[in-house]
Design a protein around this ligand. Structure first.
Ligand SMILES: *Cc1c(COP(=O)(O)O)cnc(C)c1O
Length: 357
């Protein structure tokens, strides 16, 4: 049965993308599936279940707690983001690993906590830029038996041949290698999807891949070039088909006025579902394998599509594909001047996630 806004998630695509990523890893290198932001809009539990990863990473404490509540009892979960004291309690109650980069943050840390030390090798967000400070934190944790990992994050791994990537990698390597020789149980990890696919020297003991697992291109061009399979298809259906005479308009602000007699379909999906208003007069949909232009303003709950004058085979109830059937999240992102990441993350809770058989 058609629903007004439905994201169909393909477990086989998630599994295939995990295989594609594992194929570039050396034996022994782990794959950590990044399932933050509800699995980049795909559903965190689906992503966690179908990528077969024994490590999961999220950004927030509540995301970690959510995975445990959803039944993921055994995988190690790393909370990568900053944690307020209240959030740290939630993360630790969820038996998640956490990240630290200064000694003060170790005050009052319960002895069960497992901690990854973050060197800011150039991203300029979380972590310390000081290798000496990062080493001191790692030593303090190791002395308490709580050192779980040594990590960093790249700013430009998605830009082929970028010299800053090489600079970050060499800063991190210079810090992590000797420390890892002293503390061999600490997992060394740095790579996101882009670095996983492009830079074996950045793999270390584990890679943290998000976007590629969902079949999205880390460089926002075309997942097919990397043999990745998009795991999300976004559909709605034709709620109404009606004639629109030359000079008549559709939608708020009359941003579409028919230049000729035509037929419009009303499709019940809008920015309340994450189909953004920036797609006003600026997107295609696919019905019965044919592309039709979205015309007029994207409103909160509806869009209109120009079926063209007469003779269209489109009928009420027909399925409308907004992502899929040749329309990639990358294409939608390009029209919006943003990234594929933001397109799928932006799908709201009103979109029903369904696992396809
Ligand atoms: C989101 C995130 C990742 C995953 O990045 P992708 O580009 O989606 O693979 C890895 N590490 C950190 C610290 C992140 O915040």
């Amino acid at each position: 049965m058609a629903l007004r806004a439905q994201a169909h998630i393909d477990p086989a695509a998630l599994a295939a993308n995990a295989v594609t990523l594992r194929a570039v890893l050396s034996r022994g290198t782990r794959l950590c599936a990044v399932v933050k932001a509800d699995g980049y809009g795909h559903g965190a539990a689906l992503a966690a279940a179908h990528t077969g990863a024994d490590w999961l990473a999220v950004a927030t404490a509540l995301e970690a707690a959510g995975l445990r509540a959803a039944g993921f009892a055994t995988p190690r979960i790393l909370v990568m983001g900053a944690l307020s004291p209240a959030e740290r309690e939630i993360a630790l109650a969820a038996r998640a690993d956490i990240v630290a980069w200064n000694l003060a943050s170790l005050d009052g840390l319960p002895s069960v906590a497992r901690v990854h030390v973050k060197l800011d090798s150039g991203m300029g967000r979380l972590g310390t830029r000081s290798p000496e400070q990062a080493t001191a934190v790692a030593e303090a944790l190791a002395a308490r038996g709580q050192l779980a990992g040594l990590m960093t994050h790249f700013a430009t791994a998605d830009v082929p041949g970028d010299p800053f990537f090489a600079e970050q990698l060499s800063r991190f390597t210079a810090w992590a290698r000797p420390l890892n020789a002293r503390f061999p149980d600490a997992l060394v990890h740095a790579a996101n999807s882009a670095a996983t696919l492009a830079a074996p020297a950045a793999h270390f003991d584990m890679v943290r891949a998000g976007v590629a697992l969902y079949g999205l291109d880390p460089a926002n061009t075309d997942p097919a070039r990397l043999a990745l399979r998009p795991a999300l298809r976004l559909t709605s259906y034709v709620a109404a088909v009606k004639a629109c005479a030359a000079g008549e308009s559709a939608g708020y602000g009359r941003r579409f006025v028919a230049a000729r007699d035509t037929v419009l379909a009303t499709v019940p999906i809008g920015y309340g579902d994450g189909w953004r208003r920036g797609l006003t007069n600026n997107a295609d949909v696919v019905i019965h394998g044919e592309r039709y232009p979205l015309v007029g303003t994207v409103s909160m709950d509806n869009i209109t599509v120009d079926l063209g004058p007469g003779g269209s085979p489109v009928r009420p109830g027909d399925t409308v594909t907004l992502i899929g059937d040749g329309i990639t999240a990358e294409e939608v992102a390009g029209r919006l001047g943003t990234l594929n990441y933001e397109v799928t993350c932006g799908l709201t809770a009103r979109v029903t996630r369904t696992e396809v058989a």
